[in-house]
Design a protein around this ligand. Structure first.
Ligand SMILES: [Zn+2]
Length: 290
């Protein structure tokens, strides 16, 4: 019988690249500390806009396959061995930005039946038995249909898994405290002339920004900032990195956060402002040295 690492973290994301942007430092830190880190990505991002001109011929399924290779390279940078696609690679297609005709594609994730999609995730939850789940808030962080659907599927799967025998003790949503975002954008304004980007994004472009009081956990990933940047760089069709900044296909610079923030939405916080997502969890087995 194979023993599970005592600390088990599950992340649910919409597209390849979301995990590295939102949680790269957290994933690297926990993987390095001996926790089992499991990533479930819901689509292959077949409708992402490609940045490098030489790769712009990649669209649809070919882009999805390419992005799966980018994800594989990113996970190598973060030290994460267990990453999966919800229902298998290509099961749910990218739905495109809100309001596009792509949202009506019957094969897209936005059109998926939430319970059916959640059933795939329940299988993973019952196998891995995570103590911590990380996903987006109910707005998907910034309103992309696949992010909203990933939220719905993750939260529903947690409910169904609890009924089936594994209640995930702690669920977190990805967050950025407003004060941190404001300070980072102020620095960005000063640094912009020296950066390879012509424009800066604005705070409203950053997913999950909320008032500081809503933040319940901060994971200091400073020691893993290089791994996070390398993982983001591995998603070269989607991200252009110039540490400590990056840009998506809109070419607007935004801060690359080495400390990642969370809001606990299920379970009890181990301390007022947690520095460990597993704080307060009781482990049945002997905990590995970290
Ligand atoms: Zn995404």
């Amino acid at each position: 019988m194979t023993e599970q690492p005592s600390r088990r973290l599950l992340l649910v994301h919409a597209h390849p690249d979301d995990e590295s942007i939102n949680n790269g430092a957290t994933m690297a830190a926990y993987a390095a500390g001996g926790a089992r880190v499991t990533l479930v990505t819901c689509t292959l991002g077949e409708l992402g806009e490609v940045i490098p001109p030489e790769l712009r011929h990649l669209t649809g399924t070919a882009l999805g396959e390419y992005r799966l290779r980018e994800l594989t390279a990113a996970m190598r940078e973060l030290g994460v061995a267990d990453f999966r696609q919800l229902g298998g690679p290509g099961r749910y297609r990218d739905s495109g930005m809100m309001g596009l005709a792509d949202n009506d594609d019957p094969a897209c994730f936005w059109q998926a039946d939430v319970d059916e999609a959640a059933a795939h995730l329940v299988e993973v939850i019952l196998e891995v038995r995570p103590q911590v789940l990380i996903t987006y808030d109910d707005h998907g962080g910034y309103g992309h249909p696949d992010h909203i659907q990933a939220h719905r599927v993750a939260m529903r799967a947690a409910e169904l898994a609890a009924e089936a025998g594994w209640e995930i003790p702690k669920i977190y949503w990805n967050r950025v405290p407003r004060s941190v975002a404001e300070a980072a954008f102020a620095r960005l304004a000063d640094d912009l002339p020296d950066l390879p980007y012509s424009k800066a994004a604005v705070i409203d472009d950053v997913p999950g920004v909320v008032s500081d009081e809503q933040i319940t956990a901060a994971i200091d990933g400073t020691a893993h900032a290089a791994a996070k940047a390398a993982a983001m760089r591995a998603h070269g069709t989607q991200i252009e990195v110039a540490e400590p900044y990056f840009a998506l296909s809109n070419e607007q610079a935004q801060p690359l956060f080495a400390t990642e923030y969370y809001q606990l939405v299920r379970g009890a916080a181990g301390e007022p402002r947690e520095t460990d997502l597993f704080a307060g969890i009781e482990f049945a087995g002997v905990e590995e040295a970290s």
